[in-house]
Each structure stands twice: as C-alpha cells, then as structure tokens.
Design a protein around this ligand. Structure first.
Ligand code: IMP
Length: 422
C-alpha cells in the first residue's frame, strides 16, 4: 500500500484528469491538496460524464473516500452545488473536508475582480473565483477556515471583525459594493450547516489510513506555482510536490510514486510568459484538434510547442519518477514538429527555467511529423514505445533522454482505453 502523486508539469490543462482517473480506480482515498474551483476536470464513467471544479475525482467511485485537504480553498456554494449534482444522479459522496481548509468568501471574489482592474494591462487573467485573495488572507492570518464556517458563533465573530475591514478596502478601491455582516452570516452559516457532517480532521484521517492506497491529485500545473512558476502570472498556491505535503499533511517521504503529466505540446490560459507559443497556423491546429478551451472559463487556450525546459523544471522540483504523456494524437497531421530543449538568453544557452523570462528565445529540435491509425497506436499496449513508428518513437525517446525520466503512461485519445500504462 502506498501514497502516489499525480501532478501537472506545464501551465495546467495537461490532461491530468484522465491520468488521475486511471490511478483513482485503484486507490482507496483520493486527496486534493491545493487550489480551488479555478480548476476543472471532466470524469467519464461508462456513459456518464461528471464535470467538477472542486470535488476530487474519487468522489464518484463506489467505496472510495474523497478528501479535500487543508491546502485547498473552498467556495462552499460551489462545493454544495457539486455535491447536489452527484446526489441528483444517485451517488452519495463519501467526502471528508479538512477543518483547516480556507473558505472563499464573497469579498474574495469581489477583490479578485477589483485587483485585476487595477492591474490593467498587467492583469494576471485570473479565473475570477477569489482564489488569490483567499490565499492572501490565509497568509495574512485573516482567513476563515472550514472548522469556523461550521461553528455559527465563531463564524459571526470572525465576520464582525473581517467585513468592516473589507468594506474599507472596497471604499479605498472606489468600489460601490458593501457587505453586510448579517446577510453574509445568514448565507454562510447555512452552508456551514449543510457541510457540517463532512468537515473533520483530515490529517488524523489520512495518517490513520496510511496503510491504504492513497492518491494525491494535483490541480493546475508546476508553472502556475506561486514560487517556481512564471510569477506573478501564476496561481496563488504551491502546485509542485512540496505542496502535496503541506496541503495534505502527508509527509514527503511517504510519497512513493510521482507521475508528472506532460501534454505532447504546451498550452496556457491567462496572461504571462510562454516561450514556445505559436500565434499562427500551428497554434490554430493545436487549439482546434486538441479542443483547447478552458473547462472553467471557456476561454481559448494559448497553444505552442512542447517545452522541455519547462518540463524538466517541473519534474526536478517534484522529484518525479515517471511521465504520463497526453494528447500525443493532437500532433498528427503536422509536417514537422518542434520541441524546445534549451533557451538562448543574452547570447548564452541555458537549460534551466530562469526567474526572469524577458528576452528568452527557445532553441528547438525538429522532428518529422506522423500520421497514424488508431490500430497503430494500439501496438503500444503490447510492445510499449518501441512498437510505435519511427517518427513518434523518436519524439518520445527525445523526451525521455532530455528529462532523464521514463514515460510510464501514454494517452492517445479521449476514450478511457486510449490511456495505456507502459
Ligand atoms: P487564479 O488561480 O484564478 O488566481 O488564476 C491565476 C492564473 O492561473 C490564471 O492565468 C489562470 O488562467 C490560471 N489557472 C488557474 N487555474 C487553472 C487551471 O486549472 N488550469 C489552467 N490555468 C489555470
């Protein structure tokens, strides 16, 4: 029995959902440890499709426990609507929410919008869900935790202290909105009442169950990490492996298998540096063939070539011991395919991802494209990468060679059976 971790190595949307889903089937407990309803994933079980922003993937599988760890920020309204949605479909969630997880309050959403307006041209392009302001309050020790949301007396006391502060900030920003303690209390104490039975000490729960199969499910990607990503164009949580520990209470040395999910090309939503971006026909091909539109916001994603400088940065920060390649089929139909393996900065070649990204120019290796039938992909099930045609094999071997990490899984289509463990 062991703890496994699946995380994204790019800017999110790597196709983690499918990989997590594969591992979730074998897990007893699935844990989300960071982020909030800025994420979005789709789970297909048989003909049923579930779309979640906040609930961990394991929640729709019988006999599994889903955990929302202390590192997650929880919008209770969204959480309740997702619980209601699966209840309507006849599934009773087996869910434990950390009493230490922070609550996204209405002022967080309002401030997320206001801060973006003030940033003007330098806006982050957030999902507008209040994620950043909620994490800011957590660090500033002004947050409200789930354990407080479910205790009406404490909740009122916290609101009486915090709301006047937030109203003064709204005023300073020139915003018209003002929040009323009674109104917010009425709405949020109801949410607390609904969720009370599911809130508990997830640290105690997880440590008592360390002999079981536990899956830690990352949201977003390493390049959106607040420390190691393209700051300030990042999210506000720790999306690398370290975040899995601080966001769940599971010690780092308990994590025995770490899979980094690598999409065969790169996408990002929102603003910020993207060295291999292709604002041309290539980008259009990737966006259309890969259906690259956000699950949470519906925005078209920016698309570009695979960037192994980014992937290496992510794999080494998290200590990944395996790679899951996703959406390799999307590259089909391109005559030549490029992969960035280094950057040129001020005339010098570097192979690491720098803190300052101004003026970096990717150095590419070029590959011949390929066209494959689904039958040809099937061969990977028996013979692994070596059974694939030369061009695609060269592409995959180059990824392994440059990163020094083996490909453990490959996904070449949207169907469940098109994700293969090697
Ligand atoms: P926030 O997390 O809403 O504050 O947004 C900060 C940045 O992270 C923006 O560029 C978002 O587009 C991006 N982001 C947040 N969550 C996701 C995700 O699940 N996938 C991809 N990008 C995300």
């Amino acid at each position: 029995m062991s703890v496994k971790l699946v995380f994204g190595t790019q800017w999110g949307d790597e196709g983690k959902g499918k990989v997590v889903d594969y591992y979730a089937e074998k897990a007893d407990i699935v844990v989300r440890y960071q982020g909030g309803n800025n994420a979005g994933h789709t789970i297909k079980i048989g003909d049923e499709v579930f779309k979640f922003h906040l609930l961990p993937s394991g929640v729709v599988r019988k006999g599994k426990t889903a955990v929302i760890g202390n590192g997650v920020v929880v919008d209770p309204k969204v959480l309740i609507s997702e619980i209601e949605e699966i209840r309507k479909r006849g599934i009773e969630p087996n869910l434990v929410i950390s009493d230490r997880a922070h609550v996204i309050m209405p002022y967080h959403r309002l401030l997320d919008g206001a801060e973006e307006v003030f940033r003007g041209k330098k806006k982050v392009g957030t999902t507008g869900r209040g994620i950043g302001p909620c994490y800011s309050d957590k660090i500033a020790r002004l947050g409200i935790r789930m354990g407080e949301l479910i205790d009406p007396e404490v909740l009122r006391e916290r609101l009486e202290f915090i709301i006047p502060m937030k109203n003064r900030i709204f005023e300073a920003y020139g915003m018209e909105e003002r929040l009323d303690v009674d109104e917010v209390f009425r709405e949020y104490s109801e949410y607390g009442r609904y969720l009370r039975g599911m809130v508990g000490d997830t640290i105690e729960f997880l440590h008592k169950n360390m002999d079981k199969e536990i899956l830690l499910e990352g949201a977003q990607g390493a390049m959106l990490d607040v420390d190691f990503g393209t700051y300030p164009y990042t999210t506000s949580s720790s999306t690398i492996g370290g975040g899995a520990s601080t966001g769940s209470g599971i010690p780092p040395n308990a994590i025995k298998e770490i899979t980094g999910v690598v999409k065969a090309y790169t996408t990002r939503v929102g603003m910020g540096p993207f060295p291999t971006e292709q604002e041309n026909e290539i980008g259009k091909h990737l966006c259309e063939k890969g259906h690259e539109f956000g699950t949470t916001t519906g925005r078209a994603r920016r698309c570009g070539w695979l960037d192994l400088v980014v992937v290496k940065h992510a794999l080494r920060l998290t200590g990944a011991d395996g790679i899951a390649i996703t959406k390799i089929d999307v590259l089909e139909g391109l005559e030549t395919i490029k992969v960035a393996y280094a950057y040129q900065v001020d005339g010098k070649k570097i192979t690491y991802f720098p803190a300052k990204t101004d003026g970096i120019k990717p150095l590419y290796k070029e590959f011949q494209g390929w066209n494959m039938t689904s039958g040809e992909w099937e061969k990977v099930k028996e013979g692994g990468i070596d059974a694939l045609p030369l061009n695609v094999r060269e592409y995959l071997k180059f990824i392994e060679g440059e990163t020094g990490v083996k490909i453990r899984m490959i996904s070449y289509g949207p169907a469940r059976e098109e994700t293969v463990e090697l």
